[in-house]
Structures are given as C-alpha cells and as structure tokens.
Write a protein that binds this ligand. Structure first.
Ligand code: CP
Ligand code: NVA
Length: 305
C-alpha cells in the first residue's frame, strides 16, 4: 500500500520517476481536449474520493481532471456536508470510503488526520495540503523548474516570507533532490527545527531577504496568512521586508524563475510587476498540478517507481 503523505514517502527515486512520467505524459497529450482520457487510460475503473476540510481551486480541479485523464472518475466532498463535519471519526470515514473508492485525497488542517486516514484506509491516501505540508504542490514546482531547463541538483532556491506548510515541503524536496533552499523569514515566523531537518543539511533559514535572494536560481513565496490562520496586522507588518519586488528579483541570477503556489495576494507577498512579469512561471506551475498529480496517482497504484 502506497500513501503519499509527504515527499519522503516516495523518496528520491520515486520523486524522480514521477517527474519523468509527468513530463512524458504531458508531452503525449499536448493539444488534446482536456477531458479526453490518455490513450492508455491506466486508471480505468478507478474512483478517487476527495475530502476537503479547507477551500481549494487548484487541488480540487487538478485532481478531478487528473483521475479523468487517467481513465478513472472522482467523488468530491466538502467535509462540512459529510458526517465527518459532525464529528464522525477520521478512522471510521477512512474505512467506509475504502469500501467504495480506490484512493482517497484529503485536504485538512491537522497533519495527524492524514496519518490517521492512511492508517485506517485500505486504499492509498494522498495529502492534498495540511497545516504541516503540501507535497503535491512541490511535485508541480519541481516539474516546472525542470521544464525551465534547470537541473535540480545544486540549484539555489530562495524562499521569502512565512515559514509555512509549502516551505516545509520545499525543504523536504531539497534534501531528497539535492538542491539548496535558503528561507528568509522574520522572527517568530520561521520554520521549525524539525522542518529544517527534513532538508538534510540543504535547508537554511536566514533573517535577511537579500541574503536569500542573492544568486538564487528560483525565488518562491506564498501568502502571508495561510488558511485557518487569523488575519493579523502584526504578522503582515513583520512580513513587509520579505515582499518579492523587482529590486529583490534583481539580486537573483539573471532570468531567475519566480514561483507561487497561488492563491496570491498582489501587493502583499509579491508585487504585480513580478508575479505578472516575464520571470514568473505561475500559470505553468498551476497547470503542472494536473500533470504532476497524475503521476502521483500512478505511483500510489504501483504503476511507476
Ligand atoms: N496551490 C493550491 O493548493 O491551490 P488551492 O488552494 O486552490 O488548491
Ligand atoms: N500556505 C497556504 C497554501 C495554499 C495553497 C495555505 O496553507 O493556505
């Protein structure tokens, strides 16, 4: 049974195999209507259950399209309209959904919930974001970086802003795929030591935005207020020196890529000129959620890696 709760579940070989598969499959169906299944329909007859305890646009639609393109179908549920929302345990939900469906994707708050879902499910479970990590997003980010003709080993990736779930998965990816992450975060909003340790010596935290951005191949940021967090003016003020603007991009290598998982808050973590500028790869990055997750699904079913 393969669960994809974090990138380390797949390990470096699994991640590399998924990225290679995503590149091949994306090329093989270039220009096709989005709803047309891939010619080999490798997950024909499979049903993906999706449970959302938090809002989503990209994760929801890209997983739905991913399973369709692989020949399967999906059932999408908001937890608030399930018995889960009235207190039915995750463990019971896991066992019930396993009787109807072939895989479960869940987006939730407490990471322990995805661990519990995996423990009690008898089908693969995929983490569609928790407060602790967002591995599916980073699969798409790695795919986007590779497509930009950058090899992962030895890259310098700069993270600016909040020490959040997305950063935790980037740091884990750095340790697995041998690139460096320098995260510039204000005091009080830095990643935990445990998250930094996931980078296996490749993840570093600094206070200076300039130090992170200098010589970077890729600049990444995310919202300053994640889902479930209170909107705090004090946090926004602490984050302002970490805003990604043109001056910060100018410190990076010429032509450095800009990534953002979206949704973005223009004028907060990034200015319009950067996110809508020539170095921004955000639309490709968003589309790549679809292509990367098709390979995550195939990995979960033991078809690759
Ligand atoms: N990036 C991302 O996970 O987007 P959604 O919240 O829209 O799914
Ligand atoms: N850090 C953000 C990512 C959203 C895709 C959040 O958790 O809300």
């Amino acid at each position: 049974m393969r669960h994809f709760l974090d990138l380390s579940d797949a390990g470096p070989d699994g991640v590399a195999a998924m990225l290679a598969d995503a590149i091949d499959r994306k090329a093989a169906r270039a220009g096709w209507p989005k709803g047309k299944p891939d010619s080999d329909a490798p997950l024909a007859g499979r049903v993906l259950a999706m449970v959302f305890e938090k809002n989503s646009t990209r994760t929801r639609v890209s997983f739905d399209m991913a399973i369709r393109q692989l020949g399967g179908t999906s059932i999408v549920m908001d937890a608030s309209s399930m018995q889960l929302g009235r207190g039915e345990p995750i463990a019971d939900t896991a066992r019930v959904l396993s009787g109807y469906c072939d895989a479960i994707m869940i987006r939730t708050d407490d990471h322990q919930k995805v661990i519990d879902m995996a423990q009690y499910a008898s089908v693969p479970v995929i983490n569609g974001l928790t407060d602790a990590s967002h591995p599916c997003q980073i699969m798409a980010d790695l795919l986007t970086i590779i497509e930009s003709d950058r090899a992962l080993p030895g890259l310098k990736v700069a993270w600016l802003g909040d020490g959040n779930n997305v950063l935790a998965s980037i740091m884990e990816a750095a340790g697995l795929m041998h690139f460096d992450v320098v995260a510039a975060c204000p005091q009080g909003f830095q990643p935990s030591e445990a998250d930094v340790a996931r980078g296996k010596g490749r993840a570093h935290v600094v206070a200076s935005a300039r130090e992170a951005a200098e010589g970077a191949d890729v600049i990444v940021t995310d919202t300053w207020i994640s889902m479930g967090q209170a909107h705090a003016e004090t946090k926004l003020a602490a984050m302002m020196p970490y805003q990604v603007d043109e001056a910060l991009m100018a410190l990076a290598k010429p032509g450095a890529a800009f990534l953002h998982c979206l949704p973005a808050h223009r004028g907060e973590e990034v200015v319009d000129a950067v996110i809508d500028g020539p170095q921004s790869l955000i639309w490709q990055e968003a589309e790549n959620r679809l292509h990367a997750q098709k390979s995550v699904l195939r990995w979960c079913f033991g078809q690759i890696g």
